[in-house]
Design a protein around this ligand. Structure first.
Ligand SMILES: Cc1cc2nc3c(=O)[nH]c(=O)nc-3n(C[C@H](O)[C@H](O)[C@H](O)COP(=O)(O)OP(=O)(O)OC[C@H]3O[C@@H](n4cnc5c(N)ncnc54)[C@H](O)[C@@H]3O)c2cc1C
Length: 423
C-alpha cells in the first residue's frame, strides 16, 4: 500500500516504532544534493543512510543540466568519464534567433575548464549513476519508499527522523546529523519550523513532453527553443522524447486554458517550426503541468543536529538552469566542512553555520542576477506582443572581451568555484 493511500490517522507517526536504528549521517531526499552528499560521505568511510520517499528516480519535474562545476567535481573522484558514457547531449552556447539576427547570450567554449559545456543527462539516469557508485561503499545505505514525517528531537537537538518505510511500518533512524535535502517543498524544513523568504519571479511555466519523430534526426541535439510574442519556449533533449517548458507571464494560466490546447500548439509552432509535427500529439490539457516559478532563501539553514541543503534551503528561479549545480555545490561544501566532525560523531552548530556562511552569499549573488534578468529581459520579452529585438547594450556586452565571459562563468561555476577538498 502506498503512503498516500493510507488513512490519515495511519500516516501520522506513532509513538511506537517497529525498530530504531543508528547511522553516522541521515540524509532525507535522494535528489542531486542528497545523492552527491551521501556518495561523498560514504567514500570517506562515514556511515550514511539516504532516505527517499519515491520507489525510483523517474519523475517528471526534473532538470537535466550538469554544469562544468559539477563535471569538475565528479572528475576529482574519477566519475566524469563514466558519466559521459551515459546517453547525453552537450550545450556550449545556445543561439537564439531574433528578427534582428541570431544572439548567443553566453558561450562556455572560452572558459578554462576540461568541460566547456553543460552536459544534458536525464536526471533519473544521473541519480541512478550516483547512487550506484555510492553503493560500492559498505558505509552507504539507500532506502527507497521511505517517507520521512517526523524529526526526533531531544533537549533542543535533532537526533534523527521517523519514517514510514517500504514495509508500511514506522521506523526511527538516529544520527548525530540529519540533512534535509528534500527539495523545494521540504518536509524537514517545515518540521524544523524554518520559514523561507519567498519572491515570485514574474513568470510561470507549462511543462510537457513531445514525442521524438523520425524527421527529428535533422534537429541538433541539446537545447532548442526561442522567444515569441509574450512567450518563451525551452526544449530539452531527453534522448527518447523532448521535454518542453513554455514560459508565460505569471497570472495568465486561466487565460491560456480558456484559449485552449490548439492555441498552445500554434504558439509552439510559431516559435519552433521544426516541432510542428511533434506538437500534434498535444491534444489534452492533462498533458500539461503548471509549474509555479518561485525563488526563495531560508534565513537559517540549520539548527542543532540538522542542516538544510539544495532546494530545501534555497529554491532557485529557472533562469540559467542552475538549481542542480547549486544544490550539488552545497553538498560538496557540506562534505568538505563536516567530514571530520562526522568521523568524530559530533557536529556543532557553529560547524553547520559555516556551511551556510560559505554557500549563502553565492546563492544571494546569483538570485540577485536572476532577478535582474527576470525583471528586465524576461519581463520585457513576456510583455512584448510584436517582434522582439535584442537591446543594443546586450549585443555590445557580449562583444567586450573583459565582460563577455562573466555570464558564462556564473552559469558554469557560480560566483565562487567549489572544489572537493582531499578528494
Ligand atoms: C520542472 C523543473 C525543471 C527544472 N529544470 C532544471 C534545469 O534544467 N537545470 C537545473 O539546474 N535545475 C532545474 N530545475 C531545478 C532543479 O531540479 C532543482 O534545483 C534540483 O533538483 C534541486 O535538487 P535537490 O537535491 O535540492 O532537491 P530535489 O531534486 O527536489 O530532490 C529532493 C528529493 O527529496 C525527496 N523527498 C521529498 N520529501 C521527502 C520525504 N518527506 N521523505 C523522503 N524523501 C523526500 C524527493 O522525492 C526528491 O527525490 C528544475 C526544476 C523543475 C521543477
Amino acid at each position: 500500500m502506498s503512503t498516500s493511500s493510507l488513512p490519515a490517522a495511519a500516516q501520522s507517526p506513532p509513538d511506537d516504532v517497529r525498530d530504531v536504528q543508528t547511522t553516522g549521517c541521515c540524509i532525507v531526499g535522494a535528489g542531486p544534493a542528497g545523492a552527491i552528499l551521501a556518495l561523498l560521505l560514504a567514500r570517506r568511510g562515514i556511515s550514511v543512510t539516504l532516505l527517499e520517499m519515491h520507489r525510483d528516480f523517474d519523475r517528471e519535474f526534473r532538470g537535466d543540466t550538469i554544469h562544468p562545476s559539477t563535471l569538475e567535481i565528479l572528475d576529482q573522484i574519477g566519475l566524469a568519464a563514466p558519466l559521459h558514457l551515459m546517453p547525453h547531449s552537450k550545450v556550449s552556447g545556445p543561439v537564439i534567433n531574433f528578427p534582428d539576427g541570431p544572439f548567443r547570450p553566453f558561450d562556455l567554449t572560452r572558459l578554462k575548464t576540461r568541460f566547456p559545456y553543460i552536459l544534458l543527462v536525464p536526471q533519473s539516469l544521473f541519480l541512478e549513476f550516483i547512487t550506484r557508485e555510492a553503493a560500492k561503499y559498505s558505509s552507504f545505505r539507500l532506502i527507497l519508499r521511505a517517507n520521512v514525517r517526523k524529526l526526533v528531537e531531544e533537549d533542543g537537538c535533532v537526533r534523527g527522523v521517523r519514517y514510514l518505510g517500504p514495509d508500511d511500518n514506522w521506523h526511527e533512524l538516529r544520527a548525530p546529523l540529519t540533512v534535509g535535502a528534500d527539495g523545494r517543498f521540504s518536509q524537514i524544513r517545515q518540521l524544523a519550523g524554518i520559514e523561507p523568504v519567498k519572491t515570485a519571479p514574474p513568470m510561470d511555466v507549462l511543462w510537457f513532453q513531445l514525442p521524438k519523430l523520425p524527421h527529428d534526426m535533422e534537429i541538433p541535439s541539446g537545447l532548442l527553443g526561442g522567444i515569441g510574442p509574450g512567450r518563451i519556449l525551452i526544449v530539452l533533449d531527453r534522448a527518447d522524447y523532448w521535454q518542453a517548458g513554455l514560459v508565460f507571464p505569471k497570472g495568465l494560466y486561466q487565460e491560456l486554458r480558456a484559449q485552449g490546447i490548439a492555441a498552445i500548439r500554434r504558439t509552439i509552432t510559431e516559435i519552433e517550426p521544426r516541432l510542428a509535427k511533434n506538437v500534434e500529439s498535444l491534444t489534452d490539457w492533462q498533458q500539461l503541468s503548471l509549474l509555479s516559478v518561485e525563488s526563495s532563501l531560508c534565513p537559517r539553514w540549520y539548527k542543532p543536529g540538522l542542516l538544510l541543503v539544495g532546494d530545501a534551503a534555497h529554491v532557485m528561479s529557472p533562469v540559467g538552469g542552475v538549481g542542480i549545480n547549486y544544490a550539488i555545490q552545497d553538498a560538496v561544501v557540506a562534505a568538505n566542512l563536516l567530514t571530520n566532525p562526522l568521523k568524530e560523531g559530533r557536529v556543532t552548530e557553529s560547524q553547520l553555520a559555516q556551511v551556510q556562511r560559505q554557500r549563502e552569499w553565492p546563492i544571494r549573488v546569483i538570485q540577485r542576477m536572476q532577478s535582474i534578468m527576470q525583471n528586465n529581459l524576461l519581463a520585457r520579452a513576456l510583455a512584448s506582443q510584436g517582434p522582439l529585438r535584442v537591446p543594443w547594450q546586450m549585443r555590445l556586452f557580449v562583444r567586450i572581451p573583459i565582460l563577455r565571459d562573466v555570464p558564462s562563468r556564473l552559469i558554469a561555476f557560480g560566483p565562487r568555484r567549489v572544489r572537493l577538498l582531499n578528494p
